[in-house]
Design a binder for this molecule. Structure first.
Ligand SMILES: [Zn+2]
Length: 306
């Protein structure tokens, strides 16, 4: 494994002195369920990489989808991060501060501006299809562009992005056939909230994120966001380093999900699982011997290259 970069020297065209490029990353849970082991390992990897590099870590809670987000899940995020011993440099320090200053619901104007820009450039259209109608057309549920040429007029539809059929997006050394995986994906939902793809992109741009660590299940989302950024001429997004890690599975080989309460961190804590078990699971996940890990600080000594 190679060594992790700390700072890059980049030329500053306005002076002869070099300026420094600071690594910036984020922990970005969605409060639509209790945190689970997959979240924990993702957060620990991100924390270790940022701390090793002397970078800046932000806590960002993706609550744009008000229908699915609940206060108890927001409280759970702070409780479990505290239990895991993870700190962060920017973002809310508790649920109250989150609601007052950091909720995505305070930033709808910014997301809307991106939607408007896409609309004006002819990259989006309105769609009034129900989920049932889409499923009746395609078994896989990937939207086949039914309304792309219909000129739908409605105040209750979703805004979708035109993803041309042959769109290929390079992300983390892979070429993703975006139309095949996502179809014309949603930018703005029927309940008048931004989609995850749009809000996540806008936030990473606003936060000047330089590293995104995600589970492999979000590889296609990364491709979707890179494509969106290109359409919005937000070139800095293409400079982000993406790292997609394998998803942790429970012993039965089942994929973990937040709806699986047995595997929530709070449930595991009640069964006697300790933070150390997560530190060791993270080391093992990164290809290191977990036996040598006795604390979170021990992870900082590992040679990790993303
Ligand atoms: Zn439609």
């Amino acid at each position: 494994m190679g060594t992790l970069y700390c700072f890059f020297l980049v030329p500053d065209p306005f002076s002869l002195t070099p300026c420094f490029f600071m690594l910036r990353s984020r922990l970005a849970p969605t409060p639509s369920g209790y945190l689970h082991i997959g979240n924990a390992v993702n957060f620990i990897i991100t924390w270790v990489v940022v701390r090793q590099a002397g970078g800046v870590l932000k806590l960002r809670i993706d609550d744009a989808d008000a229908g699915r987000c609940r206060l108890e899940y927001i409280e759970d995020i702070f409780r479990q991060l505290d239990w895991l011993g993870l700190d962060w440099d920017e973002g809310p320090q508790g649920p109250d501060e989150f609601g007052r200053l950091f909720s995505q619901r305070l930033r709808f104007g910014d997301y809307r501006a991106f939607l408007d820009a896409l609309e004006e450039a002819g990259h989006s259209y309105l769609c009034d299809c129900s989920r049932k109608q889409i499923r009746a057309q395609v078994a896989n549920g990937i939207y086949p562009g039914l309304c792309r040429h219909k000129n739908v007029i409605t105040s209750e539809g979703a805004h979708r992005l035109v993803v041309p059929e042959n769109t290929q997006v390079a992300v983390a050394d892979q070429d993703i056939a975006l139309a095949e995986h996502m179809g014309d994906f949603v930018l703005w939902c029927r309940d008048d909230s931004p989609s995850y793809q749009l809000a996540s992109l806008a936030d990473d741009l606003a936060d000047k994120t330089t590293l995104i660590v995600r589970g492999a299940d979000l590889l296609i989302s990364s491709a979707a966001q890179l494509f969106l950024a290109q359409l919005l001429q937000q070139e800095s997004f293409a400079q982000i380093t993406f790292h997609h890690h394998e998803l942790l599975t429970c012993p039965q080989g089942m994929k973990l999900s937040k709806s699986d309460k047995v595997l929530s961190l709070q449930a595991m804590r009640q069964q006697g699982v300790l933070p150390l078990h997560f530190y060791q699971a993270t080391a093992s996940h990164l290809g290191h011997d977990p036996q040598g890990i006795r604390s979170l600080q021990d992870l900082l000594l590992l040679d990790i290259s993303l």
